[in-house]
Design a protein around this ligand. Structure first.
Ligand SMILES: C[S@@+](CC[C@H](N)C(=O)[O-])C[C@H]1O[C@@H](n2cnc3c(N)ncnc32)[C@H](O)[C@@H]1O
Length: 255
């Protein structure tokens, strides 16, 4: 198995288990932390920010959510785009897609909206046409990818000229000790796979994005209110080492 697929397989297994148990923040190998998000169908406490809150979504937009999980941000975005808009969630974990589709039935019954679609796929090879999206959001996912530069290149391809990327994610502020860097559980918990902040922002720039701005920035503190048992166990070694950030980037019309 190629090294990238080995990483994805480990992540898929971790999130397949999360989806089957529908466990939430602070209960196992999953991401959590950052800004308190709005509640919606699909809330599993796996987020590290609130990208929709920063996205200024307008009626009629096509929004793409990278690593949509149980659909939390998709279901917050869909009423904002309205029936003439559309929200597409992409995820690679079959169990998450099953859960997202169950949540979609509840969402449709509650809102009457039929503007949501979930697609199975990799964020490194998005199942969308070039220029399909006005806005791309993502919440605590890119850090899990074994090829982050490919994710940003794909996001750039999938956006229309003039489109925006609003991504909440974990970045590192310093190198992790080698034992933590190699820790599979800490990878699935969104920490060990995270890039250094400058490399993360550099990968967005290298993909062609302009106007890169930090919209939120919260440093992880050991003993905080929303961490899982694995990050708790790493304790002081992680204190201040990671932050959850939200970044805005634009695909300019001349790109
Ligand atoms: C931490 S959860 C976040 C889910 C959702 N964004 C939220 O905030 O609730 C990460 C999700 O990303 C998906 N994922 C991780 N790596 C992926 C990849 N390379 N391609 C597609 N999906 C991926 C996982 O299956 C999981 O559902």
């Amino acid at each position: 198995m190629k090294v990238h697929e080995k990483t994805r397989s480990m992540v898929r297994k971790a999130y397949g288990t999360v989806a089957k148990k529908s466990v939430s923040c602070c209960s196992g190998s999953s991401c959590c932390g950052g800004d308190a998000p709005e509640k919606s169908e699909g809330e599993l406490g796996l987020s590290c920010g609130n990208p929709v809150g920063f996205s200024k979504i307008k009626k009629g937009m096509t929004v793409l959510d990278l690593g949509s999980g149980a659909g939390k941000d998709v279901f917050i975005a869909a009423p904002l785009t309205g029936p003439k808009g559309k929200v597409i969630g992409v995820d690679m974990t079959p169990e998450m897609l099953v859960l997202a589709k169950k949540n979609l039935a509840k969402f449709t019954a509650r809102t009457g909206l039929r503007n949501v679609e979930f697609r199975k796929g990799l964020i490194e090879k998005l199942p969308v046409k070039a220029g399909e999206a006005d806005l791309i959001i993502s919440n605590c996912v890119v850090n899990l990818s074994p090829d982050k530069p490919a994710v940003f290149r794909e996001a750039f391809r999938a956006l229309k000229p003039g489109g925006r990327l609003v991504v909440s994610d974990i970045v590192l502020n310093r190198e992790l000790p080698p034992a933590l860097k190699k820790h599979a559980g800490l990878y699935a918990s969104c920490v060990a796979g995270a890039l250094q902040r400058r490399d993360y922002l550099g990968a967005i720039k290298a993909a062609g994005f302009k106007g890169i701005k930090l919209l939120s920035d919260n440093t992880y503190r050991a003993g905080g209110t929303c961490s899982d048992p694995i990050t708790d166990k790493a304790g002081k070694a992680l204190d201040g080492a990671a932050s959850s950030i939200t970044v805005l980037a634009e695909k300019t019309k001349r790109a």
